[in-house]
Ligand binder design. Structure first.
Ligand SMILES: [Zn+2]
Ligand SMILES: [Zn+2]
Ligand SMILES: [Zn+2]
Ligand SMILES: [Zn+2]
Ligand SMILES: [Zn+2]
Length: 154
């Protein structure tokens, strides 16, 4: 091949070293980088070569993808919550932001069934009659002060 013909499709300069196939043409290393910028980690600013994590339109090294609260790396496979535009791990999120069950005091996580009644929340299975402790999530219930009672216990 005539070296003059072996020119970069973008800058038309003869390619002498590294080249990249592009459509039916070739690109020099500079033009390739310009067209296909490598992803940079928004956290540390260096190029991501291995599989990184993309979250909220930004890219991170796996090791740079830290929870905004506990500063531990967040497993990309696990659920990730967003707090003020920053990634937050499930544990911290539940700790700080999740609704809490009035009965067991544990967090009510996103995909779990729960009940809401007068600004209080319960896991479905925690919504029990105050007297007989039967789950009344699917039944009609009655309120007696702080107590929630099933129809047999009122
Ligand atoms: Zn070029
Ligand atoms: Zn990084
Ligand atoms: Zn965390
Ligand atoms: Zn509960
Ligand atoms: Zn009852």
């Amino acid at each position: 091949m005539n070296p003059e013909c072996f020119a970069c499709a973008d800058c038309r300069k003869a390619i002498t070293s590294q080249f990249y196939p592009f459509n039916n043409d070739y690109l020099c290393a500079n033009c390739h980088e310009a067209r296909f910028p490598k992803k940079r980690c928004v956290k540390c600013g260096s190029v991501i070569t291995s599989a990184g994590i993309t979250f909220g339109g930004a890219s991170y090294h796996a090791a740079c993808f830290l929870c905004v609260t506990c500063k531990q790396p967040i497993n990309a496979q696990s659920k990730i919550s967003m707090v003020e535009g920053q990634p937050c791990c499930v544990n911290c999120y539940e700790d700080r932001h999740a609704k809490r069950c009035s009965k067991c005091q544990k967090a009510i996580v996103a995909d779990v069934e729960y009940l809401e009644f007068e600004d209080k929340y319960w896991h479905k299975e925690c919504f029990v009659c105050s007297k007989c402790q039967r789950c009344i999530a699917e039944e009609s219930f009655y309120q007696d002060g702080e107590l929630i009672l099933c129809k047999d216990c009122i």
